[in-house]
Design a protein. Sequence first.
Length: 400
Amino acid sequence: MSRYRLQPSRAQEAALLEHCGHARYVWNLAVEQHAHWRPGIKSAPGFAEQCRQLTEARAEFEWLRNGAQVVQQQALKDFAQAMAGFFKKTHKRPTWRKRGQGEGFRIVGRRGPNWDVRRVSRNVGEVKIPKVGWVRFRWSRPVADDVKSFRITRDAAGRWHLSFAVAPEPIPAPGTGEVVGVDRGVTVSAALSTGELLTAPTLRGAEKKRLLRLQRKLAKAKRGSNRRDKVKAAIARLKARETDRRKDWVEKTSTDIARRFDVIAVEDLKIRDMTRSAKGAVEAPGKNVRQKAGLNRGVLAAGWGQLVERLEHKAPGRVQKINPRFTSQTCNACGHRAAESRESQSRFVCVACGHQAHADVNAAKNVRDTAAGHAVAAREGPALAEPVNREPQRDLLLVR
């Protein structure tokens, strides 16, 4: 997905917001139709039936007819794909979309009369959007010729973006046969088995203080007031700055790792389960809810999922997910496992052999050795998967 910064005029922005509103309206109607379905009654309408209903609605309502039909039909197509992912248990159930959150729409089809893209100058390009016209965007990289769809989005900070759906070319392996282990944490976002400690950037000290002041001001502002809207926009701009920094770090880090190592071993973490709220229910309220909420924010700010996702995109077939069980409690030098060896977040001292190391680097080395052991077992076959003279620490790691 190649993303560009869109630069619409005020009139074009109003037209784009109208497209977003139509796409959101059609999507929410589809969500409402499926929400009424219950087992034992007639199934909810599918994509073809919803398109027929959309045609009837456009004939009856002028405000809907004035919008782009391709935008509205594509919203129904996206909903159908989302429901298919839900039934396959690969995605969550599609939910209601709210104005100002996740605004956007998609255009699908080859270049032609409906949409097109052209370069105006060195740093400026234009994309043709139905019923909007040619809209400028920042030409930060070339646009592929085989583009068949694009998405227009508007974030909470009011910035517009243009994203072309293009399958990125994978980064070739260096061919050195080197394996790297990656341990992900909150304080250190990613620790490599080479000893490197990588931390995702966040807001700076002054920015965090400003965010706290704005959040306090937002709590005192009257709902529906202009002052509240201005404070919310200022908060959104700060959080967008943090998100941009994290995305930039993920892209640069994943590219660097994919270029340097043949095999990339990461922990198989269930991030969605790990970041669930601890508030519980009314009958059984949770404990340490605020502490767990802070930990959840730290996990999400470290970019765990984004880093592995981009590694799988850039190094397909070279990313191995390893069971993280006991990797932080096992000594990489002697293989002894003990929870007492992890003295603190960053300090690991083996209670058996006295080996000292950074705790995250020690865990990353265990992840690396497990991946290397799996590769050896796969090459040698079932008969040679249990060599006689294997090192004790390899025994322990393979059992995990």
